[in-house]
Every structure is written in C-alpha cells, then in structure tokens.
Design a protein around this ligand. Structure first.
Ligand SMILES: Cc1cc2nc3c(=O)[nH]c(=O)nc-3n(C[C@H](O)[C@H](O)[C@H](O)COP(=O)(O)OP(=O)(O)OC[C@H]3O[C@@H](n4cnc5c(N)ncnc54)[C@H](O)[C@@H]3O)c2cc1C
Length: 455
C-alpha cells in the first residue's frame, strides 16, 4: 500500500490523490442495490491524459486493479470498487474541447455532464440526442461505458450511434486512438464500438468525438390514459406499425403514476392503469399528435390530452424523468430491471411482470421506453425484511428470464455490472462468452481493469 501511494504521488499533483478512508469509502459504489463493493486503496481524480497514463503504468507495475468512474449514477454496480483498487474518477476531466457546426461533431473529455454538453451544443443550433433521465448528473464517459439510452432513443438512437472516435488509455498506459472525426470511415475493425458499453473493462476513455445533429423543433407531448397496460402496448404497436416517428414514446403504469404524484405533486391522472406519453418534434407536431391520438382511442384510451404548449410538454417530461426516484420512495429499497424486448412483445412483457409481482407478493412498478420495447420494472421492497429481500431478488431474476423467453435482452441500457453477471452467460451462450473473454484479455492481459464486472 505504501509503495502504491508513493508511486502514485510521484506523478500526480497532491489534490488529485485521496487516501482518507472516510472519503475513499464514499466512492465505493454506484446507485445499484444488491451489489457488493470493496474498499478502495485510493481515489485519483486526474485532470490530464498524462495523469491517467501515470495511474495505469503504476497499476500495471504493481498489479493493482483500477475501477474507472464517472458520476456513479449507474444502476448495475459497474462502477463499484473492488478491495485494494485505485478508483479512477474522471469527473475533473470535464472540458468541452471543440464544437464544430460544419463537421457536426463535439470533442469532449469524459467528465463532461450530459446536460452541460446538450446545452452547449444547443446554443449553436445543434443537438446531442442521447438523454438518460439522469442527464443532469451523469457523464459522457459513463454514458459511453454503459452505452446508455434515454427518452429520445425511439427516434434518434442510443449513445453507440453518436460515438465516432475515442482516445483511450490502455491498461499498460499506452494511448490508443480509435475511429474518426469524419462523416464516414471503415478502416479496420470498429474498436470504437467495442469500447461503447464495455463498462470500463477495456481501457480508460480520456477523449470522445461525438456526432451532433441539427437541433430539431421543440417537441410537443400528448398524454393518453388507458384502462390496462395491454391496451397501451397495443397503441404503441399501432403507432409504430403506421410508420409514425415519435421523438418520445414512454409508458408509466399505475404504481409509477401514483409514486410520481406522491413525490412531486405532478397532478397525473391516478385512476389510469397506464399512461402513455408520445411526442413529436416534426414541423407540424399538433397534426402528428392528432393522428396518434386517434390510434390511442382505437386501442381503448379513455382520455387523450395533447399538451397546449412547450411548457406543459416539459412538465410531462419532468414527470417521466422523476419515475425512478419516485419509485425509490415506495419502500426502503428498489431493484431496477432493464429488460428490452421486441416492441411487438411489450404487452406480454408487462403482463408477465404483473404476474411475477403477484406470485412473489411484491409491488413492482413499471416505467418503460415503450417505443424501444425497453421496460424498467422496479421491484420495491423492505431491505430490512430478509424474506422480502429474497423474494425481491427472485422476482428480479424471473423478470430477466421472461425477457429472454420473449426474444429480448437482460439489459437495454443499464449494463451488466455486478448485478446481472450470471445472466450475461445465459444470454451470450458458451461461444459468445469465450470470445468476449478473449477480447478482454487482448486489451487487458493482467485483468486489472474493473475486475469482477461483466463475466
Ligand atoms: C434517476 C436515474 C435515471 C436513469 N436513467 C437512465 C436512462 O434513462 N437511460 C440510461 O441508459 N441510464 C439511466 N440511468 C443509469 C445511469 O445514469 C447511466 O448508466 C449513465 O450512463 C452512467 O453515467 P455515470 O457518469 O454515472 O457513470 P458511472 O456510473 O460512474 O459508470 C458507469 C460505467 O462506465 C464506466 N466508466 C465511467 N467513466 C469511464 C471512462 N472515462 N472510461 C471508461 N469507463 C468509464 C464505469 O467503470 C462503469 O462501468 C439512470 C440512473 C438514475 C440514477
């Protein structure tokens, strides 16, 4: 330990290295429940690529594990510390280095907060679409680490679609450049894409070239109330089948609606079984919303209420963004599933989840990026009750099994981390897992980067 700290100090300014155990302990885990976290030996907050390289060279020389971190808003334990590790928090590398309206790119350091980038490019008439609900706090490095999605992905796609190139410090301290800053480019294997969603297990992202789009018109939102989740899912299928391109298509079940009202007094309709939010950022959003409103009615919607203006639309979005924090107040703890199924199976997924809740005698609220088929069943439980905790974990697992049965994936956007490790093997199969392990060891032969995650 002394040797480690001495070597780290030799290449870092004093303020970049934290060793006070009370402070380092506060960096031990992200926001996921049920995920073990170890005790870090030190936390390093670098401000430059050279400092990151110094940390990785030190770690390799002394065979010390390194856990990269952004804002620790992750929901799978992917940023959790392991015993004796160096936590490498990238939050101080938070400069936007370049925004080019001609090339339609931004070049950023990994600690830039998602909303900060969105606002900065917005001022130039540009748009960085990926918008996790945690956008006011989560970082671009973390978004790349988890390949995160968000509310607008039904139209604009997820983080992977916007990462053009990366600068990465490898486990041994070498600097790797991947990808491009051009509109096109197919030279060699797509290592950039490989890093997206790699959960800090292949290298430390120190710079990213991100694609931007022209800023679309402000979106207008419609809220539709349904007598059942199945009817709301039917509306989702009709909307997509008819070729509409909503900029947002989100679902909240009754439990979620009530939790949001209880937390934030949003005035959402509590009698509804399912609330569907649909938005358009097209030149004539009112006309698109009217057409979608008719489809909702045909699926059994009891109320269809288009927002009057952008301010009212923003309130509805805020309600949706507060769904996870609101469900966290229902009981003392939550486990948040992230199963994504083909859109056509969304109804079966939500009905199956309700059956699982009943079987285990638990409250499971569901909010979903419905247009993507990406559900977030949130298991609410009392963590001081051992039996309820056991049932919570069992129901969480059954929800993933149901997702796989329906042709889906165990994680649409939150990642595998510690929480879903056993399930990754089931989804990938033997051959897939073996190749993924081979890739990991090509980048990180000593297994120092974020050990214990993914596999
Ligand atoms: C209220 C709430 C709402 C959320 N909503 C969404 C949502 O809508 N969509 C969604 O996808 N997620 C959502 N999340 C999950 C979370 O915010 C995302 O996964 C986010 O991308 C994590 O970013 P972060 O900066 O907190 O990263 P962290 O949690 O710190 O890290 C995430 C992963 O990235 C790795 N990592 C971080 N920085 C680097 C780097 N520079 N180089 C290499 N690896 C790195 C870490 O090791 C870890 O594996 C939500 C979370 C909360 C709490």
């Amino acid at each position: 330990m002394d040797a480690l700290l001495e070597r780290l100090r030799a290449g870092l300014p004093a303020e970049a290295l934290i060793t006070d155990p009370d402070v380092t302990a506060s960096y031990a885990h992200d926001m996921a429940s049920f995920c073990d976290a170890g005790t870090p030996a030190a936390v390093v907050l670098p401000r430059s690529v050279e400092e990151v390289q110094h940390v990785m060279r030190t770690a390799t020389a002394l065979r010390v594990p390194v856990v990269p971190q952004g804002a620790r808003t992750g929901l799978s334990g992917a940023a959790n510390a392991s015993d004796g590790c160096i936590v490498l928090s990238l939050v101080k590398m938070d400069r936007i280095l370049e925004i080019s309206p001609v090339d339609r790119i931004a070049v950023v350091e990994p600690g830039v907060v998602n909303a900060t980038l969105s606002r900065a490019v917005g001022e130039l008439g540009l748009y960085y679409p990926p918008d996790p609900s945690s956008w006011e706090t989560c970082t671009i490095g973390g978004n790349i680490g988890t390949a995160s999605g968000g509310l607008c992905c039904v139209k604009y796609g997820v983080t992977a679609e916007y990462v053009l190139g990366l600068e990465v410090v490898l486990a041994d301290g070498r600097l790797l450049n991947t990808g491009r800053r051009t509109a096109k480019g197919v030279a060699g294997y797509d290592l950039t894409r490989l890093f997206v969603g790699s959960e800090g297990s292949l290298g430390i992202v120190v710079k990213a070239v991100l694609a931007l789009r022209p800023r679309p018109p402000q979106q207008l939102v419609l809220a539709a109330e349904f007598p059942s989740a199945a009817a709301a899912c039917d509306a989702v299928c009709r909307i997509m089948e008819r070729g509409h391109t909503p900029s947002l298509l989100e679902l909240m079940d009754r439990t979620t609606v009530r939790a949001v009202n209880a937390m934030a007094s949003m005035g959402l309709p509590e009698s509804t079984e399912a609330l569907l939010l649909c938005a358009f950022d097209t030149p004539d959003p009112a006309a698109d919303l009217a057409a979608v409103g008719e489809l909702c009615k045909a699926s059994g919607a009891t109320e269809v209420v288009p927002a009057d203006d952008v301010a009212e639309s923003e309130l509805l979005l805020q309600a949706r963004r507060s769904a996870l924090p609101a469900l966290e107040t229902v009981k003392s703890a939550t486990m948040i599933d992230d199963v994504c199924v083909p859109r056509s199976r969304l109804g079966a997924m939500i009905e199956g989840t309700a059956a699982i809740a009943e079987k285990f005698g638990l409250t499971i609220g569901v909010c979903a990026h419905a247009g993507d088929g990406n559900t977030h069943p949130v298991v609410c439980f009392d963590h001081t009750d051992p039996d309820e905790s056991r049932r919570a974990r069992a129901s969480f697992d059954e929800i993933m099994a149901l997702g796989l049965e329906l042709g889906g994936t165990i994680t649409g956007e939150h990642g595998v981390g510690v929480l879903k490790k056993e399930w990754l093997a089931r989804e990938l199969g033997e051959v897939g897992l073996e190749l993924q392990r081979g890739i990991k060891s090509a980048f990180d032969p000593l297994g120092l980067l974020n050990p214990g995650k993914l596999f």
